[in-house]
Design a protein around this ligand. Structure first.
Ligand code: AMP
Length: 277
């Protein structure tokens, strides 16, 4: 496995190694969720590349950029046995040299939910992912459904900008008790870790209500909110029941609906979602 930090080395590898090239962009501090993306890429592609880059432009000024967990040796030890051919681990200066001033912005899809609560977040995500796509030039890329809006925004970017790259969605990987795996879970103290289970429970409740025939989106939002609010350590940012494709909030559920939420436990902000169909 080769670990490269410059764009010139990445270009050499993308030209040398067999196609199709599968690409898994990450911010590192890897867990089973990331490895599931890598394994899927390995099954479908001759060569797999992973990027590890904590992208400063997608963090707000009050967010956890400086504290974001990092452990490159551990990450490399995790991906090497998975058959990854190369890891791209650029510095901030390589990705954003002095004077860099071009941004990729997806319209309406990036406005609600995470976009509303993290101003500028998706502009940072789409810009760095577009740059990574241009550097790596993959045939297929793998994104987790855990970040449901991100997946939709990137799919839209790739389509609108004619990037010709397959965006493959991968189902959310959970801990045994249901908590969605996240690099940020390490921030949780034991009480918060226990409290965070209310996220998955509330999504299961939404699913049960839907299966029992509930189609009133507000009734689902209300009951999801009530379940989370019963947990004193949980502070809701949003609970959404939206059209699975457009992410517009629904009154009545007709087609597929995305139930998504962002909840704070102390200083840790967690997101999770499920699609009702
Ligand atoms: P991150 O390192 O958090 O930026 O995530 C990199 C990629 O891994 C993104 O496509 C995420 O959606 C995906 N990912 C993160 N956590 C999970 C999870 N629990 N299950 C599936 N995919 C995940």
């Amino acid at each position: 496995m080769q670990v490269v930090t410059t764009i010139a080395e990445a270009v050499r590898l993308r030209q040398q190694l067999p196609r199709p090239l599968g690409f898994v962009p990450t911010m590192g501090y890897l867990h089973e969720g990331h490895l599931t993306l890598v394994r899927r890429a390995r099954q479908e592609c001759a060569t797999v590349a992973v990027s590890i880059f904590v992208n400063p432009t997608q963090f707000g000024p009050q967010e956890d950029l400086a504290a974001y967990p990092r452990d490159l040796p551990r990450d490399l030890g995790m991906v090497e046995p998975e058959g990854v051919a190369w890891v791209f681990n650029p510095s901030v200066e390589v990705m954003y040299p002095q004077g860099a001033n071009t941004w990729v912005e997806v319209g309406a899809l990036s406005q609600p939910l995470e976009g509303a609560h993290r101003p500028g977040h998706f502009r940072g995500v789409t810009t760095v992912v577009a740059k990574l796509f241009n550097i790596v030039r993959p045939d297929r890329t793998y994104f987790g459904e855990k970040d449901a809006q991100q997946l939709r925004v990137i799919r839209k970017m790739a389509y609108d900008l004619n990037m010709g790259i397959d965006i493959v969605p991968v189902p959310t990987v959970r801990e045994r008790d249901g908590l969605a795996m996240s690099s940020r879970n390490v921030y949780l103290n034991p009480e918060e870790r226990k409290a965070a289970l209310c996220l998955y429970r509330s999504l299961q409740l939404a699913q049960r209500l839907y299966r029992a025939g509930e189609r009133d989106a507000e009734a689902i939002r209300r009951q999801v909110r009530e379940l989370i609010q019963a947990e004193p350590l949980a502070h809701i940012e949003y609970v959404s029941v939206a059209d699975d494709e457009t992410l517009e909030e629904l009154a009545a559920i007709g087609g597929p609906a995305l139930v998504s939420l962002a909840v704070r436990f102390g200083r840790t902000r967690l997101i999770d979602n499920v699609t009702l169909r």
